[in-house]
Ligand binder design. Structure first.
Ligand code: ATP
Ligand code: MG
Length: 565
């Protein structure tokens, strides 16, 4: 409680941090973890008190639109009332107890937020999943997580009914739909009569709060366990330092409810700061809808994936004005320099990059007030000790490429996951000496800025050179014919491995002579980056394989290349 009071004092006086003095912020940074911590009780309900005492601007806590005229605006108090009702439904109707696991597969609808808060209040462990999961995916998730309850909608319920008999732990199903369904508890009906009086459980700070599946960019998604304090307190660092949020801000993050990124930027980071969580339900990514929303609503902080920014700048943005927008951030993949430039020329705003994983909170970020080095991920979060390491766990000096790691021993830092569920071997494999190894490669420069090179698995070694795909892709993407590209290793009888580029062409180049275009593009890369990196092999494709969260699955392309021999 002492800590939370301190945090709230901080929020009230929250002035944007000036990161021009990064070193002193890092030195003075301290986030103590209380023995008991529950985000609903210690943060959300505190904001309700502040709201009632007139100490928070009259900004909704939650603002949702569906683009077809439906709109929901809730204060912290309303969020409290509704989530307490749902908490009572979870314990009474669904018979869930503290520690039981609950899979939530819902699109970006308000009930998703209520369900997550209800899990916090009851101490049940939430496991978010995207609505794009197939029947097979859902079966895998229900079985591997041993979830006792599933909360979903009409679109997903039939798939659940088909496989439910194979999931021995699943004993309750809650449907979010205008209509009841046989064998399912009906949320809308139950909410009408549920009591809004509920006492939030006193969770220990290190009790498991949620299990997040990773994106599955380089293999099967991993189940990542986070405690109540890990995201609940740890993400205050994102909210305060990277997103630069205060209670008068309106924050919109576009990611799908199925990913940890939504917990990051549409739940914990904004609400630790008392900011408004803005949501536009977008069943499909439509650049014009995003641009319209950004120009029509008083959104001050915007977060999206690099792929989304890439698609947005391809649109004619001149007809939109972004009057309220102040701060834009991106995470999940590297952002190409070109996109940063184009975004700035159209909005007058920079894209502040953030780097992190499902397993962590923000690891590195470009913070407001700090000099931006485009293409760099910025500096380490004040909460983490981030280093570049060699294969023996020695810390490497600036300029040398190695594995990105963060100190995890003797004290595991707040914001680092506890373990991969039921996978002690995988968990143990992430430790090297005193460091947690992210699985990403990078280097740090003389000024302490970190630069992402690639995922460790994506590095290409050709004729003694080590090549990261991102640099080559960035060079390729600058060519006018290239819409998107993915660069992977491909077998070669002489060199062992060579660089191969898969390229999606811009529509107006699709009828060009492919051989000529290929040579042209290769020449362009040789000129733009060190010549040894140019793709010796080029294949034009209609589209690139991506995860549901829109990340390029290079390892799938690479696997096909190597299977050919
Ligand atoms: P999986 O672990 O299942 O293969 P994933 O690693 O894509 O999937 P996430 O946890 O969603 O799952 O993504 C984290 C990864 O995304 C990081 O390890 C890194 O490779 C990449 N990433 C995140 N932010 C950035 C960034 N700013 N620049 C470069 N890469 C980034
Ligand atoms: Mg990963």
């Amino acid at each position: 409680p002492h800590l939370v009071r301190a945090l709230h004092r901080g929020y009230r006086t929250a002035t944007p941090q000036n990161f021009s003095d990064y070193d002193s912020i890092k030195r003075d940074f301290k986030l103590e973890v209380p023995e008991y911590f529950n985000f609903a009780r210690d943060v959300l309900d505190k904001w309700t008190d502040m709201e009632k005492a007139g100490k928070r601007p009259s900004n909704p806590a939650f603002w949702w639109i569906n683009g077809e005229g439906k709109e929901v605006r809730w204060s912290f108090e309303e969020l409290g009332v509704l989530s307490r009702k749902l908490a009572n439904i979870l314990t009474e109707v669904c018979a869930l107890q503290r520690g039981d696991r609950v899979i939530i597969i819902l699109p970006q609808i308000p009930e998703w937020w209520l369900a997550n808060i209800a899990c916090l209040r009851t101490g049940t462990v939430s496991i978010p999943g995207t609505t794009q999961l197939t029947q097979k995916d859902i079966l895998y998730r229900l079985q591997s997580s041993k979830a006792k309850c599933i909360i979903t909608n009409d679109a997903v319920a039939p798939a659940v009914d088909t496989i439910a008999s194979e999931c021995e732990n699943l004993h309750s199903k809650l449907i979010v739909s205008p209509n009841p369904r046989d064998g399912w508890a009906h949320l809308t009906g139950l909410m009408r009569h549920a009591s809004d009086s509920h006492t939030c459980v006193r969770t220990k700070h290190d009790e498991t709060m949620s299990i997040f599946f990773t994106s599955g960019t380089s293999g099967s998604p991993k189940m990542t366990g986070h405690t109540h304090s890990s995201y609940g307190l740890g993400l205050s660092v994102n909210g305060r330092y990277w997103l630069d949020l205060t209670p008068s801000d309106v924050m919109w993050n576009t990611s799908d409810t199925g990913w940890a990124k939504t917990a990051w930027s549409s739940v914990f980071s904004p609400w630790t700061q008392g900011a408004c969580v803005f949501v536009r339900h977008l069943p499909q990514f439509k650049p014009t809808s995003i641009l319209q929303t950004l120009s029509r609503f008083p959104i001050t902080v915007f977060c999206s994936a690099p792929t989304a920014y890439r698609m947005l700048v391809k649109n004619d943005m001149a007809s939109y004005k972004f009057k309220s927008l102040q701060h834009c951030v991106s995470a999940g993949e590297p952002v190409n320099f070109e996109v940063i430039e184009q975004w700035r020329s159209r909005t007058g705003l920079d894209i502040y990059e953030g780097y992190g994983q499902t397993e962590t909170v923000l690891i590195c970020g470009t913070f407001k007030g700090m000099k931006i080095k485009p293409g760099s991920m910025g500096k380490p979060s004040p909460a983490f000790d981030v280093k570049i390491l060699d294969k023996n766990g020695n810390v490497l000096p600036p300029g040398q490429e190695g594995d990105i790691g963060l100190r995890a021993l003797p004290n595991r830092p707040l914001g680092l996951f506890t373990h991969y569920i039921d996978n002690p071997r995988k968990t143990a494999s992430t430790l090297r000496g005193d460091y947690y190894i992210t699985g990403d490669r990078g280097y740090v420069d003389e000024d302490g800025y970190f630069w992402f090179v690639s995922r460790a698995d994506d590095i290409i070694s050709s004729s003694g050179y080590r090549i990261g795909p991102f640099e080559v892709e960035s060079a390729l993407n600058e060519h006018p014919a290239v819409a998107e590209s993915a660069v992977v290793s491909s077998p070669d009888p002489i060199r062992g491995e060579v660089v191969k580029a898969f390229i999606v062409l811009n529509p107006n180049y699709k009828s060009h002579d492919e051989d000529q275009l290929k040579k042209d593009i290769q020449e362009h890369v040789k000129k733009t980056t060190a010549p040894y990196k140019y793709p010796r092999k080029v294949e034009f494709v209609q589209e690139l394989p991506k995860t549901i969260s829109e990340k390029i699955k290079r390892n799938e392309l690479k696997k096909k290349e190597w299977e050919k021999i």
